[in-house]
Design a protein around this ligand. Structure first.
Ligand SMILES: Cc1cc2nc3c(=O)[nH]c(=O)nc-3n(C[C@H](O)[C@H](O)[C@H](O)COP(=O)(O)OP(=O)(O)OC[C@H]3O[C@@H](n4cnc5c(N)ncnc54)[C@H](O)[C@@H]3O)c2cc1C
Length: 473
């Protein structure tokens, strides 16, 4: 029996895809690197995921978990021909425990659907990636997704209390729980952000966050990006952690305004969207403080959203920034690095210089409060040599971010994109420890091989009797 025969015996012919055209589509994510799949399966239950993984293990075929493929770092793109386990149909009846403010949801549920599903309870799921209408909770766990409102609330790892996961051998385990102080090693925390390398998450115990009673949203306009960045640092230094603090530079504002028509100031060098939440009196006071700080730093105008419709329009503008870029060029490369907030202006200046040197059209939209940069290069991949130029510039952008005390990724994950740059932030000892942890979950190396860790990360695989000396990172 072939792999496909065995999978069809479990799922029937309709939920096992093996046509090259179908596989071409599924073996790609929203990033730039293509991959190759031997088959793609569409299970609907944990038991079906388990049965598929047992079959894959028997055939010695690697397995890659896929949500909706909105990832940007190649996490769901096979590095070698693999079985794709597409999780979008794994969305069993949710178990909502409103009193404990948590719920078990299926890994295939869309992020926004989770918040919509509980809005009647006055609660929501806090991580809100800009892709939230399209990405799955399982994918959010895989990448430890962030979003504009993760500045005060924290990223996915803070909002996932437990996971049900199928291991490479097909065993089903539950890691974490709703207990306030779980005992033992925090394996739940290890799984969040592991990009499908430890197992396939089938259900997620999410924390539900109370909707705030009051919200104020400000649009702050600046005639220099440095002044906008200074406002970000000064706001946090003043002891205010806004719910969101997002920046767009002029090229991005122009693109978004042409797309969404939110009355954004297209002549400004940069804009900040700041949002504060809490009780009525508190949000008014915090909004006034942010306005004062912004003006001190040189803001040329401050607009407070007058009602929910205006507030929603501002967020629609922000969250559709990437879509707006399609007007500029057929392809885009969305970078993701993170730097200390105080280094924002200096690093962004260097990033502009890199783009200019490589003659690239670049615009910026980013979670400024987190120091999470998203330079976005619009280009035409059909132009000879252009894709290579974009890649070379990307690596330089990562390097200047790391040199400024930052890291490789703020939220998109390592995937294939940054795997070979892991040595910039981790020593061989660190990488070896991560490889050993991974082996404990997946001794045969079948779960999303080739991701996150660079080749050679397992020092002991190479017969080294002692690990190379290195500084701890
Ligand atoms: C326009 C746009 C805007 C975006 N904005 C944001 C943003 O604001 N913040 C942000 O963090 N990201 C953002 N992203 C990136 C992306 O949406 C997130 O990384 C998201 O979490 C991916 O979810 P997905 O369902 O598409 O996962 P996929 O892309 O299918 O997979 C992502 C990774 O998770 C693993 N995975 C998927 N499902 C499971 C599972 N059930 N169990 C174990 N591993 C699994 C995969 O193997 C892969 O490594 C954006 C992407 C786009 C295209």
């Amino acid at each position: 029996m072939t792999l496909v025969d065995d999978l069809q015996a479990i799922l029937g012919p309709d939920r096992v895809l093996s046509h090259p055209l179908e596989l071409l589509v599924y073996a790609k994510d929203a990033g730039v690197t293509p991959g190759e799949a031997v088959a793609a399966v569409l299970p609907e239950t944990t038991q079906e995921v388990s049965a598929c993984l047992r079959v894959a293990a028997r055939h010695g075929v690697p397995v890659v978990a896929r949500g909706t493929g909105t990832g940007l770092s190649g996490g769901a793109v096979p590095d070698e021909p693999a079985l794709l386990v597409v999780m979008t149909r794994v969305d069993p009846a949710w178990e909502i425990d409103a009193a404990s403010r948590c719920a078990w949801v299926g890994a295939g549920a869309l992020n926004l659907d989770v918040s919509r599903g509980i809005e009647g309870l006055g609660m929501h799921f806090a991580p809100d990636p800009s892709s939230q209408a399209a990405c799955t909770i399982g994918g959010n766990v895989g990448t430890n997704a962030g979003g504009p409102h993760c500045l005060a609330e924290g990223t996915t790892v803070v909002h996932v209390l437990g996971v049900e996961m199928v291991t490479a051998s097909g065993d089903v385990v539950v890691l974490g729980s709703a207990a306030p102080d779980p005992i033992g090693l925090d394996l739940r925390g290890v799984v969040v952000g592991s990009e499908g390398t430890l197992g396939i998450v089938t259900r997620v115990l999410v924390k539900l966050t109370e909707n705030p009673p009051a919200v104020r949203t400000l649009l702050l306009t600046f005639d220099s990006l440095r002044a906008a960045a200074a406002t970000v640092s000064a706001t946090i230094a003043a002891g205010i952690v806004p719910a969101a603090l997002e920046m767009m530079d002029q090229p991005m504002v122009i693109a978004v305004e042409a797309f969404i028509h939110a009355d954004l100031p297209v002549d400004a060098a940069a804009v900040l969207i700041a949002e504060v939440v809490g009780l009525d009196e508190g949000v008014d006071a915090e909004a006034a403080t942010i306005e004062r700080i912004a003006v001190e730093q040189g803001a040329t105008s401050v607009r407070v959203a007058g009602d929910d419709a205006e507030r929603e329009l501002l967020w629609k503008a922000r969250k559709n920034a990437f879509g707006a870029v399609a007007q500029a060029a057929p392809n885009y490369y969305l970078h993701d690095t993170v730097v200390p907030r105080t280094a924002l202006a200096d690093v962004v200046t260097q990033i502009y210089e890199i783009a200019e040197r490589f003659e690239l059209e670049m615009m910026n939209v980013f979670h400024a409060g987190d120091g999470n940069l998203h330079p976005l290069v619009a280009y035409d991949a059909r132009e000879p040599g252009k894709a290579e130029q974009v890649q070379a510039a990307a690596e330089e952008m990562v390097r200047v971010s790391v040199a400024a005390g930052g890291s490789l990724t703020g939220e998109h994950g390592i995937g294939l994109e940054k795997r070979d740059l892991m040595g910039l932030v981790f020593s061989p000892v660190d990488l070896d420890a991560q490889a050993r942890l991974r082996d404990a979950f997946d001794p045969d190396g079948l779960m999303n091989p080739g991701k996150i860790l660079p080749r050679g990360a397992r020092c002991y695989d190479y017969g080294m009797s002692a690990l190379p000396e290195s500084e701890p990172s």
